[in-house]
Design a binder for this molecule. Structure first.
Ligand code: NAD
Length: 378
């Protein structure tokens, strides 16, 4: 490069450094404003995630960015990342306590992962939380005395037998469970406790930084007016609440969780048996394959007991896996027979079944892949 070009480049780079500095100052200012918003929201008991406000704001900024020649997609990406940061920070402010007169909360299994998340969120909202873990049953009656909310968050395979021990709760105490299956725990809770009962299934793991936009499924049990405050409280934490019938929930979970975890497990087992060189696989991976590999690999960084419990939790899972195996065998037969036409016909049938969702999913996955491409991992 000529000396003149070098000088010109240096000057331009300096100008970019200055703009980056201004951007950092602006980001600091924005985050500080958001922190102020967080405090106002916390006092007023406004949910940290406001979907309409978020959508309206993004639309407006997209238009402004388009007019300025910056591009709507770019500003949306930047703002979404900033909003995520803001949600994480907003939770540190604490949350409004919706029901200060509830008495204390007891979390059975509160030393565990998900119980720990609820303990933290409830404490951030001003509730007094006590835990009853596996060695604490000798003090159970003391702990339950005066409790306004008891949450069961124990390993799935122990859930119903532990619920059956909860016959001595105060009459008005709200009894809740967080189990990934809903029908059996709900029916045991309704049997053992005559007061308000609610089934919850948080659709997130313990590693989430904030509950903003996380889904919590709830199944009504008994006396919904008496636990409406708890749902409102969870809404303030930013979660999206979705009501479900317990049996329908369990049927859907056969696909959403059981099937997904099981096929991931088998793929992981297959990889381990084939024993490829992981570093080499990663070198050869496009972002989409790396993402797929990460989705498989992350399962094995988690608790084997939890996944065993989810997979072995229902007969429906077993039946579903058997049907899946049949389809795998049918597909394999096409392959063995060289039935390319059969494969293409089957492919078209599935495309037809997905209908408009397939283009929607193509768009959504494009966004995810772009983010994966920008991430440090790729
Ligand atoms: P975990 O193993 O981390 O926690 C379970 C806790 O229960 C532990 O502290 C354990 O010591 C305690 N415990 C065991 N036996 C007990 C007993 N007899 N009495 C009292 N406490 C006892 O499990 P987790 O991942 O926190 O899961 C707890 C519940 O949350 C499960 O029902 C699971 O389905 C549900 N859940 C978990 C996740 C997740 O990603 N971890 C997500 C959604 C729902």
């Amino acid at each position: 490069m000529s000396e003149k070009s070098c000088e010109a480049l240096d000057k331009l780079r300096q100008a970019i450094d200055e703009v980056d500095g201004q951007l950092i100052d602006l980001l600091a200012k924005r985050l500080s404003l958001v922190a102020d918003v967080g405090e106002v929201k916390s006092e007023a008991g406004v949910p940290i995630y406001a979907p309409e406000r978020e959508a309206a704001m993004l639309n407006k900024r997209r238009q402004e960015a388009d007019e300025a020649g910056v591009g709507g997609d770019l500003i949306e990406d930047v703002l979404r990342r900033l909003m995520r940061e803001s949600y994480h920070r907003e939770k540190d402010t604490g949350f409004k306590c919706i029901n200060a007169n509830i008495g204390h909360v007891v979390i059975v299994g509160g030393e565990g992962k998900l119980g720990g998340v609820f303990k933290r969120m409830l404490e951030l909202s001003g509730y007094q939380v006590k835990t009853l873990d596996k060695d604490d049953w000798h003090q159970a009656s003391e702990l339950f005395d005066g409790a306004g909310l008891v949450i069961v968050s124990v390993p799935i395979n122990l859930t119903t037998q532990i619920i059956d021990k909860l016959s001595q709760l105060p009459r008005d105490c709200v009894l809740v469970d967080l189990t990934s299956t809903k029908a059996k725990p709900l029916s045991h809770m309704l049997n053992v406790h005559q007061g308000p009962v609610l089934g919850l299934h948080p659709m997130f793991g313990p590693d989430v930084a904030s509950l903003a936009k996380q889904v919590v499924i709830y199944c009504d049990g008994r006396y919904p007016k008496q636990y409406a405050w708890l749902l409102e409280q969870i809404g303030i934490w930013g979660a999206k609440l979705t009501v479900a019938n317990a049996q329908e929930h369990d049927n859907a979970m056969t696909l959403v969780q059981g099937m997904r975890h099981f096929t991931t497990f088998v793929y992981g087992q297959h990889l381990a048996a084939e024993n490829p060189n992981m570093a080499q696989l990663l070198d050869y991976s496009s972002p989409i394959y790396r993402l797929e590999l990460a989705m498989v690999g992350r399962l094995f960084a988690q608790d084997s007991q939890l996944y065993a419990d989810i997979i072995f939790s229902s007969n429906e899972n077993t039946k579903m896996f058997s049907r899946y195996l049949t389809r795998f065998e049918e597909a394999n037969t096409m392959l063995l027979n060289g039935d390319r036409e059969g494969f293409i016909d089957a492919f078209k049938n599935v495309s037809q079944w997905f209908g408009e969702y397939s283009t929607q999913f193509l768009d959504e996955s494009k966004q995810l892949l772009m983010q994966a491409h920008d991430s440090r991992a790729v």
